[in-house]
Design a protein around this ligand. Structure first.
Ligand SMILES: [Zn+2]
Length: 257
């Protein structure tokens, strides 16, 4: 029993190329002006360290595709970031600053959080995290993406609460946060993956290849590489999670918009 969807990922990119799509990163997208090209924007949230991270990157190279890889602080992979940068892809931050703050301050509910000055403090921390990541890898981090953590569910506040007001972009030296409402409103179709056991592996049940065959553009495709390759032991852990939390564990719409 082994889940290996990596070949399916290749089929999606291959279908995109066959249907005349340009496959680009989030950073590439913000540089596009009035393009008449069909665009497939690839976004990867690196929630976990997985062999699939590098495997997806290798497939993208075969199809002349570029993608955005957003790393959490604990999943930063220096080797992979170097490869992405050298290839011309985008590596940046998958931030969870509010979740970290909640954990560090032992906050248990929303009211308690709002009694603090968390917004300003978290913005300072996020700015410093970005400065450090840029300095360490000589990367731009012009786009960033919010991560959904358990702590965020606890208080009902997304990490991108920090970036909802686009006037803060200058302070953070970014051009886009991946969940920005205006950006999402320009997207023709937004597809997010999930575990293979749910909805055939796509959160809203729509398969990317059918959307590609319909020529929808821009198509934003979010993947979590760890959902595309896992072994027996990991499947066993997932089954236990479903038994403990029920299927709602994977159905939670809060974590990923
Ligand atoms: Zn995430």
């Amino acid at each position: 029993m082994k889940n290996d969807r990596i070949n399916d990922y290749e089929k999606i990119l291959s279908a995109a190329v066959d249907n005349g799509y340009k496959i680009i990163s989030m950073e590439d997208y913000i540089g596009v002006k009035n393009s008449t090209d069909k665009l497939l924007i690839l976004r990867h949230d690196i929630d976990y360290t997985s062999k699939a991270n590098l495997m997806m990157f290798e497939i993208e190279k075969k199809y002349n595709a570029r993608a955005s890889y957003y790393f959490r602080k604990q999943t930063v992979d220096a080797e992979l970031i170097f490869l992405i940068k050298e290839y011309g892809g985008e590596a940046s931050l998958h931030f969870e600053t509010i979740a970290d703050y909640i954990r560090e301050h032992n906050i248990t509910n929303r009211e308690q959080l709002f009694k603090t000055d968390f917004k300003n403090q978290c913005l300072d921390i996020l700015k410093q995290d970005l400065i450090q990541l840029r300095k360490r890898f000589q990367i731009k981090c012009s786009t960033i993406a919010s991560h959904g953590a358990t702590e965020n569910r606890l208080v009902g506040i997304h990490n991108n609460y920090l970036t909802e007001d686009v006037n803060i972009y200058g302070f953070l030296d970014i051009k886009l946060e991946a969940y920005q409402k205006e950006f999402i409103s320009h997207i023709g179709e937004y597809i997010s993956d999930t575990v293979i056991e749910e909805n055939g592996g796509f959160r809203y049940g729509k398969h990317p290849i059918s959307v590609i065959e319909n020529g929808v553009s821009p198509l934003l495709f979010l993947t979590h590489p760890s959902h595309w390759l896992y072994n027996n032991r990991q499947i066993f852990k997932k089954i236990i999670k479903v038994m403990v939390y029920g299927n709602s564990f994977f159905n939670d719409k809060f974590t990923r918009i």
